[in-house]
Design a binder for this molecule. Structure first.
Ligand SMILES: Nc1ncnc2c1ncn2[C@@H]1O[C@H](COP(=O)(O)OP(=O)(O)OP(=O)(O)O)[C@@H](O)[C@H]1O
Ligand SMILES: [Mg+2]
Length: 1001
């Protein structure tokens, strides 16, 4: 709207709803002309796009232009076909419903070009993947193929579509184009056998003959000369300056996506050309005979059935003679042409089906579609026949749909916005649709009845029937029914329909035969077969089309021809006025202007015009609707000039809006001055904001990274600490790491020779299991059935739940007589055992162990204090151990206690013994004569350590290492662990840094 409003004086109004004289056709045309002279070929009527054919290339369809229009609101940029395509697409995505774009206009107005632009826009703007690109390519390539087979040069258009086309583009929920489907309507088959002066047959014939490779033409029995074929020369314009058949041939050949389709299509085209050259002569009885069967042989040569039967050319000749004999020459020519038309028509349908197969979306999940309808516009020629009748009927139906949908959507919008609907006068063309299609009374019904009626039915008897049935219809006139004045303008074989777009006179000649679409199905029986009645078939396909369209949201492109001579820069007022009329544009504008010229969402309106009111500038903090109300009050809108809807403001007259816009222009100029300073402030404010946000983002990222690192390190440490235990979730990753590390090292340090056992890297403990598995393999592999299952079972050190944590040889001294006995001390998780060759001599539960004593000297004596009240025990346990520190540290850890204080060892009551510690020359332990156990330590060591020999009578001088005092064990552990963590962290950081460095390199 912005652009529309500001540029309104120079280039006319970009939206006709803003035209003050909205009922004036002259004002409408002036606006179109003004814009056309500036190469502005598009103008809106609300959401309808009017397009005027410029007949010259404009630089408005580039990729850059597409980018500009992508995702932009309809009215924010100058009108364009891309804006319409983009809005249809985004509305479809937002509302998840189906849409169609109806492109209409007379022949040469630019419908096909418009539909191609829309398709190209979707091809560029929709998301893409390889799969989707494939579908998209097929959709784009379908155009040149269908144009080659369905378009031809006519007097009005060098590339006129001779069929109606409806194409569904299917989108998935993300908006990707995932498939397509085409419906073709009423191909003008008569063109295959007959062309008017200065008109051509379908493009494909000329493309093949002129562009086809020598080999191919030879295979098909064709000459590279259009003059050779009677179906190509009737219009006397096989060569057209604006058409390059050779180049087009290459495009089509590349676009025909599969070899089968290639060859079938070529053979069919060739067979039609050969058929056209078949000539007949009357024999003595007046029956048709072939004067030259060579062409027919080519034709039959392509018939697969004939080839399969393996008939010789003689046989074919015999057959053709037999077949053709009952025909008159006229009949034969008629049959030949009917066959040619039928072949071509069916090939076209087959081709459309093939294209559909190639674009089919196999995924049945939910999709939405945008349908593109490029259909023939209203046609009025000097002589109008059956084809024009069908085409104009089609336009009546579409006009009906258009009015219904436009009125419906307008009414619905008013209702949704809670604005009273003011009824609009419009021409309801239902009466004309009924005149054509009504059962029993309508023109099509009468035509079908006449075609089926026994007896001599002719085009003129059909006209008589019409006159009988429709004699008083206000939209039907014939020579007989007309008043005196009108009669002068009608021939006897004419009927005239008063279409919504104007009067059209049809000549009934050929109506019956064209409607019958006769084909000699079984030439031998010479019976004429009616395939179906063409008009009825067309009627039902149109009803199908209307159903398809009714279930979708409409968008319209109305194409206008600027002049008949297809020249750039010429604007033929009369011609354009005529089209404006029969395209119902004024009607549409009236409906769109019913009540209000302009409507706009509150937020959009406020955003644009807020500088006009101090209360809304620079910010309006409240609800947008209230802001708009304040704004328009400030601008002095009268109550009659606007209405507040639920989400939009409705403005009755364009002048109110223009006044607002002019005020805005002035205001913008003033604001421009203050703007620089304001912009600077805003830039500063915004940059600070961005910086803060950015820092926050970075900090959050760093925090995330730290948390991750802590987790990894923790896991690593846990794994390290539990590396000796059975595999758990805690240590599995660590063990895997150790294994991998070992294998990596091994890879680089393999021994030179297999048998060299010495230079194998020593595996870490977790891998000793692997060695064991190796040994198992040597012993058992292939020899014992259960061996394979054992491979995945890990080996453990013990399968006894009370497994041994530590064991050491000791000398135990009897309490009676201190006799020395060699034993083993075994520590499990719950108790200490004194064992003699696998026989348990004594068990001391850690829970009952009162304390442990050692001396301060360098001897290896350990005394376990056992409560005297425990009857099962024999008193304190005196041992001598060569690895005292190791043994007692292990004991402390496994029993979770710390030996700390001096405790007097005592023997069981009544059986007390004395241990005397002293230093001497040589360490020894022996029983003295006094019955004491003498423990002598190395004197040098003792002296060096400053130890004093203890009294010989008691154990009170025993060392300082005794428990129980468990409270500081956790602290000691923590200190140890912290130290370990520090070391590991350092190592890990180092490793990670090294890895990153290596990756960067
Ligand atoms: N937007 C455009 N820009 C430039 N030239 C155009 C444009 N639209 C149409 N033309 C020109 O007009 C010619 C006719 O256009 P087009 O074939 O699209 O007409 P049509 O409405 O499809 O006619 P028909 O009903 O006969 O198929 C094109 O070949 C092209 O030369
Ligand atoms: Mg066309």
């Amino acid at each position: 709207m912005e652009g529309a409003l500001t540029a309104r004086d120079r280039v006319g109004i970009q939206d006709f709803v803003l035209l003050d004289a909205h009922t004036s056709e002259t004002a409408f045309l002036d606006n179109l002309k003004k814009r056309f002279s500036e190469d502005l070929i598009y103008t809106y009527i609300g959401t309808l796009l009017v397009s005027v054919n410029p007949y010259k290339e404009l630089d408005i369809y580039s990729k850059k232009q597409m980018d500009i229009y992508m995702g932009v609101n309809f009215f924010e940029l100058p009108p364009h076909i891309f804006a319409l395509a983009d809005n249809a697409y985004h509305t479809m995505l937002a509302e998840a419903n189906n849409h169609f774009i109806l492109i209409s206009g007379e022949s040469g107005a630019g419908k096909t070009e418009a539909s191609k632009k829309i398709l190209q826009y979707y091809a560029v703007s929709c998301p893409s993947t390889t799969l989707l690109d494939n579908v998209r390519d097929r959709m784009l390539l379908s155009n040149p193929v269908l144009e080659a087979f369905g378009n031809s040069k006519t007097l009005k258009n060098d590339n006129s579509s001779r069929f109606g086309k409806y194409m569904d583009i299917q989108f998935d929920i993300q908006g990707d184009a995932v498939g397509g489907h085409i419906l073709g309507y009423l191909l003008e088959k008569s063109r295959v056998v007959h062309q008017n002066h200065r008109e051509r047959n379908f493009h494909i014939f000329y493309q093949l003959v002129k562009g086809g490779e020598e080999d191919l033409l030879h295979q098909l029995g064709l000459e590279s000369n259009c003059q050779h074929y009677s179906y190509l020369v009737q219009g006397e314009c096989a060569n057209v300056a604006s058409i390059n058949d050779k180049n087009d041939w290459k495009t089509v050949r590349n676009a025909l996506f599969c070899d089968d389709i290639h060859s079938i299509a070529y053979w069919v085209i060739a067979s039609v050309l050969h058929l056209g050259n078949v000539q007949f002569e009357p024999d003595s009885k007046g029956y048709a005979t072939l004067n030259n069967s060579a062409e027919l042989l080519w034709l039959l040569g392509v018939n697969v059935q004939v080839l399969q039967e393996g008939l010789t050319s003689r046989k074919i000749e015999a057959k053709t003679d037999e077949v053709l004999s009952p025909f008159t020459v006229d009949h034969a020519i008629y049959a030949r042409d009917a066959l040619a038309k039928a072949i071509y028509g069916r090939t076209f349908t087959w081709l459309v089906n093939k294209i559909n197969d190639s674009m089919e979306n196999k995924d049945s999940s939910c999709k939405t579609v945008i349908g593109l309808l490029d259909i023939y516009g209203f046609e009025v020629f000097y002589v109008n026949s059956f084809e024009q009748f069908c085409i104009n009927y089609c336009n009546e139906k579409l006009q009906q749909l258009f009015i219904q949908l436009t009125l419906k959507s307008e009414q619905e919008e008013y209702e949704a916005e809670n604005i009273g609907w003011e009824p609009v006068q419009f021409f309801n063309n239902k009466i004309i649709c009924d005149l054509v299609e009504e059962k029993h009374r309508g023109i099509i019904s009468v035509l079908d009845e006449e075609c089926l009626r026994p007896g001599e039915a002719t085009d003129l008897t059909f006209l008589e029937r019409l006159e009988e049935k429709l004699d008083s219809h206000p939209h039907f006139v014939t020579h007989k029914l007309a008043d005196k004045k009108t009669r002068k303008t009608l021939e006897r074989g004419d009927f005239r329909l008063l279409h919504y777009a104007g009067e059209v006179t049809y000549c009934v000649v050929g109506f019956l035969s064209k409607n019958n679409d006769l084909l000699y199905r079984n030439i031998k029986d010479v019976s004429l077969q009616v395939s179906t009645h063409v008009a009825s078939q067309f009627k039902s396909s149109l009803l199908g089309l209307t159903d398809i369209l009714m279930s979708k949201e409409p968008w319209y492109v109305r194409c206008l021809k600027s002049n008949e001579s297809q020249q750039p820069g010429q604007f033929d007022d009369v011609l354009v006025r005529h089209q404006v009329k029969y395209l119902g544009l004024m009607e549409h504008l009236r409906v769109r202007r019913a009540g209000f010229a302009y409507r706009c969402r509150y937020d959009v309106f406020l955003q644009r015009y807020k500088p006009l009111c101090p209360a809304t500038w620079p910010y309006w903090r409240g609800v947008a609707a209230e802001g708009v109300e304040v704004l328009v009050q400030h601008l002095g809108y009268l109550p009659d000039e606007y209405k507040m809807g639920r989400t939009k403001i409705f403005i009755r007259h364009p002048r109110t809006l223009f006044a607002t816009e002019d005020a805005f222009e002035v205001c913008k100029h003033d604001l421009g001055k203050d703007r620089k300073t304001k912009i600077n402030q805003e830039v500063l404010f915004i940059s600070t904001k961005i910086e803060t946000c950015w820092r926050g983002v970075q900090a959050r990222k760093a925090k995330g990274r730290r948390q991750w690192a802590v987790k990894v390190i923790k896991k690593f440490i846990k794994g390290y600490m539990a590396r000796g235990e059975a595999k758990t979730t805690d240590n599995s990753e660590y063990l895997a790491f150790v294994r991998q590390n070992y294998l990596n090292r091994l890879k680089d340090n393999l021994p030179k020779m297999v048998l060299d056992k010495t230079s194998w890297l020593t595996p870490p403990p977790v891998l000793t299991e692997l060695q064991l598995k190796g040994i198992t393999s040597v012993i058992f592999k292939g020899k014992k059935d259960s061996y394979p299952q054992s491979v995945s079972q890990p080996y453990v050190d013990t399968r006894i739940s009370q497994y041994i944590v530590y064991s050491i040889p000791i000398v135990k001294y009897d309490r009676n007589g201190f006799k020395a006995r060699p034993r083993q001390l075994i520590l499990t998780q719950t108790a200490a055992y004194v064992v003699d060759d696998a026989k348990i001599k004594q068990r001391v539960l850690y829970t009952t162990l009162k304390g442990v004593s050692v001396s301060t000297l360098s001897d290896g004596i350990i005394i376990f204090h056992i409560p005297s009240e425990d009857d099962k025990q024999k008193g304190d346990l005196i041992m001598q151990c060569d690895h005292l520190f190791e043994a007692l540290t292990k004991l402390s850890v496994v029993a979770n206690k710390i030996v700390h204080s001096v405790t007097i060892a005592s023997m069981k009551a009544g059986k007390e013994g004395i241990v005397e510690f002293s230093s001497g020359q040589e360490s020894m332990v022996y029983k003295d004569k006094n019955g004491h156990l003498m423990v002598v330590s190395d004197a040098v060591t003792a002296a060096e350590r400053g130890l004093v020999a203890c009294s010989q009578t008691c154990l009170c001088c025993l060392g300082q290492l005794l428990w129980p005092l468990p409270h500081n064990l956790p602290q000691i552990w923590d200190q140890a662990r912290a130290q370990l963590v520090r070391i590991t962290c350092f190592l890990l950081t180092f490793i990670l840094a090294a890895r990153r460095m290596s990756r960067l390199q």
